[in-house]
Write a protein that binds this ligand. Structure first.
Ligand code: FAD
Length: 497
């Protein structure tokens, strides 16, 4: 049992103590009840409204020194602390009742064209780095939507349309500067603090706050083909029937250039199937890969792709219509299954989603099921113990997003998402047993869930798998008092007797 002192929310700090912190910082310190309500609320806002909490103190650092001083203050007063970068995490770790270190003022990107490296401050959004690099004909690996913060997506893994060619977002980090729980700032790379470098690539914020990421960049001298293909609800089974073909006969034969997510999106209570496609090459080539989708007769408009810059393919604005503001409470969960995926599993994936949606027809406005058909071979080619990231598999990733409007449904929808994913996992297990297959694309010991698409309550062994013990040992070294306790925090390993 731990005998650590509990963290407190800072409500009993005196104004002298807060002023002492202010005097050390360039950036602002905002205290609940003392700032304008508008400013305070806008700083608390997050993509998922369900987890917004009324923090007592929000610090907006403007330098690494500000971060360091703030962390020392947190340590001195044993405060509850959360890190905010882009605010896009499903499970709400960037909110808290105590002090929030909000990195939104730290969004500078410096590109070294010769070395093909970008140094991004820890508060950058993906769009900051994509734009800065594309301007000089280079490309960074980030997620599919540019509004997400680099902090969460990089420390949590990060799956991109470029991952089949270049690996995970975290696999493209060559160095980082990390603020530790005692306020020291250290470099983490293969040659300096290599254990910490291991931990920040998939271990989230368990070991510190990354003030700066250095990313490897890739050449970018052409536009990409990108777009949606939507189908009427009566083609749902046909769409489902295409999944194995699209993956095995098209994506896997595209040299990593063709990236497709199947999706089932709720529109006024009806589930509409579709595909989000991306091809990293000329339109004539792309057309060959999208042929099975065109043959199936998509709804036109809105279906169809076009040639655009990579950074435009991730532009948040094109997805904004999918998220009407009144539906803003979200829970996600995920699981993975090897190819070829059994028709029983495919059918269960969608039938179960439809069953859940039908239970709450008024409320689940823009929920969706994402079936990620992308090629994970490159991700799974990295040894499982090379980084903390443990989901290095090659299967089809199923991510469910229940999105609703009524706060009264919060606990119900959390339970529904858990039930959805556990039922699906059970179906996968039974089907594999019946087929006599082990279902392990990629590393045998890899986990089957994607930690950035979960509700935050998964067991640590399911998130970190065989890397969990090393995570605990690093926790003992870098954060023995568990200051960083918001995103899948691990317990420090016991000291050997
Ligand atoms: C619309 C949408 C699209 C998405 N698309 C993708 C996708 O294509 N691919 C993918 O892999 N994921 C995707 N995700 C998941 C997304 O990557 C994660 O939710 C990610 O954590 C968001 O990062 P953030 O910085 O915005 O999060 P925040 O909520 O700001 O931060 C969450 C946590 O990340 C950690 N963190 C943030 N910054 C730092 C830092 N500088 N140092 C240390 N720790 C830090 C902290 O634990 C923090 O509490 C998507 C999410 C959404 C909502």
């Amino acid at each position: 049992m731990s005998n650590r002192a509990p963290r407190n929310d800072g409500s009993s700090l005196t104004s002298e103590q807060i002023d002492a912190l202010r005097s050390k910082l360039k950036g602002k310190v905002i205290v609940k009840g003392q700032a304008s309500d508008e400013e305070y609320r806008s700083l608390l806002d997050r993509w998922n409204k369900m987890h917004i909490k009324e923090a007592n103190i929000i610090v907006l650092p403007e330098s690494e020194e500000d971060i360091s001083e703030t962390i020392k203050f947190v340590a001195e007063h044993t405060l509850d602390v959360a890190i905010h970068c882009g605010g896009h995490t499903y499970s709400g770790p960037s909110s808290g009742h105590g002090l929030i270190i909000d990195l939104r003022k730290l969004r500078k990107v410096t590109v070294d064209v010769e070395k093909k490296l970008a140094v991004a401050q820890g508060g950058c959004l993906a769009e900051d780095i994509e734009r800065a690099t594309e301007d000089v004909k280079l490309r960074v690996v980030m997620g599919a939507i540019n509004a997400t913060g680099c902090g969460g997506i990089t420390t949590g893994g990060g799956i991109s349309n470029l991952s089949a060619q270049h690996g995970l977002v975290c696999d493209n980090v060559v160095a980082a500067r990390v603020a530790l729980a005692d306020g020291r700032i250290v470099v983490a790379s293969e040659t300096e603090n290599a254990d910490l470098f291991w931990g920040i690539r998939g271990g989230g914020s368990n070991f510190g706050l990354v003030t700066e990421f250095t990313y490897k960049l890739h050449d970018c001298d052409h536009d990409v083909y990108s777009g949606f293909f939507m189908f009427p609800p009566n083609k749902l089974d046909d769409v489902l029937g295409l999944f194995n073909t699209i993956h095995l006969d098209y994506i896997m034969k595209s040299d990593g250039k063709f990236a497709v997510n199947g999706f089932f999106a709720v529109r006024e209570g009806v589930v509409m199937p579709g595909f989000l496609v991306y091809y990293d090459g000329p339109e004539e080539e792309a057309k060959k890969f999208i042929k099975p989708l065109e043959d199936l007769g998509p709804i036109s408009p809105p279906s169809g792709g076009k040639m655009i810059p990579h950074s435009a393919s991730t532009d948040w604005k094109q997805f904004a219509a999918m998220f009407p503001p009144q539906f803003n409470r979200i829970v996600g969960s995920s699981t993975q299954v090897g190819y070829p995926v059994s028709p029983i599993v495919l059918k269960k994936t969608v039938d179960l989603f439809q069953e859940k949606i039908a239970l709450y027809p008024e409320n689940l406005g823009v929920s969706k099921l994402i079936v990620d058909l992308r090629d994970y071979t490159k991700i799974a080619s990295v040894p499982l113990d090379a980084t903390a990231y443990a989901n290095r598999r090659t299967g089809m990733l199923v991510g469910v997003d229940f999105i609703w409007d009524d706060p009264k449904l919060d606990s119900i929808m959390l339970a529904e998402a858990r039930n959805y994913i556990s039922t699906l996992r059970q179906t996968i297990k039974e089907t594999n047993e019946q087929r006599g297959i082990a279902d392990v694309g990629g590393h045998v010991a890899a986990t089957t869930l994607y930690p950035l698409l979960t509700d935050g309550e998964e067991k640590l062994a399911s998130v970190f798998g065989t890397n969990l013990q090393r995570m605990k040992e690093l926790k003992r070294k870098y954060d023995p008092d568990v200051m960083w306790d918001k995103w899948y925090p691990v317990e420090p390993a016991e000291l050997p007797n």
